[in-house]
Ligand binder design. Structure first.
Ligand SMILES: Cc1cc2nc3c(=O)[nH]c(=O)nc-3n(C[C@H](O)[C@H](O)[C@H](O)COP(=O)(O)O)c2cc1C
Length: 172
């Protein structure tokens, strides 16, 4: 089978990361893959911010935890890197465009031997003042929302194959 198709079929979400940090050259490749994603009308109104600092990631995670009243263990799975995918709140395709970028991030992580998990909570609290203050410090533009984030790190263990629930039809 084609090796890229094999990679797509094998990709799984990872929620347990080792202490080893991801290097900047890998992060840059992942960001290049995000920037190369398809976008509606090729608008590319998104931006991507990679936080390569565990302390800053946890500061953001704690603000999100408080904003959404999540339990004390909430830590975005304590990743080495968190990539925020942001977009203009007025952009017509903001959520679907960023979902395309998230998939490119997932697949590039898999290709680099890294684990990745989509963190969805920021879309529900990016304008809560305590969260927005941190996002602004991180460089998120004021007119942008956060429509998906990727927590990335070295996998603690390989995941088992997925049970496929849906099906497809071919009509001729
Ligand atoms: C839109 C979307 C939001 C998600 N949000 C979260 C999340 O907040 N936390 C989490 O642990 N996983 C999240 N996931 C990962 C899914 O739970 C995961 O993709 C699903 O269980 C299928 O597993 P797989 O990725 O290994 O195929 C999200 C995935 C998508 C597509």
């Amino acid at each position: 089978m084609n090796s890229f198709i094999q990679l797509i079929l094998n990709r799984r979400t990872c929620r347990a990361f080792s202490e080893k940090d991801v290097c900047e050259s890998d992060v840059k490749q992942i960001l290049d893959c995000a920037l190369s994603s398809p976008s509606g009308m090729n608008l590319q109104t998104w931006s991507f911010i990679a936080i390569m600092n565990r302390e800053k990631i946890q500061q953001l995670a704690q603000a999100v935890r408080k904003a959404l009243n999540r339990d004390e263990n909430y830590n975005m799975y304590n990743p080495s890197v968190l990539i925020l995918t942001t977009n203009d709140k007025e952009s017509r395709f903001r959520e679907v465009d960023n979902a395309c970028a998230m998939e490119n991030i997932y697949l590039s992580c898999e290709a680099l031997g890294l684990g990745c998990v989509w963190i969805n909570q920021l879309k529900d609290c990016y304008d809560v003042p305590e969260v927005r203050k941190i996002l602004t410090e991180l460089g998120v533009p004021e007119n942008h929302g956060v429509y998906g984030s990727a927590a990335i790190g070295y996998k603690l263990q390989e995941s088992s194959p997925k049970q496929i629930k849906a099906t497809y039809k071919i009509v001729k």
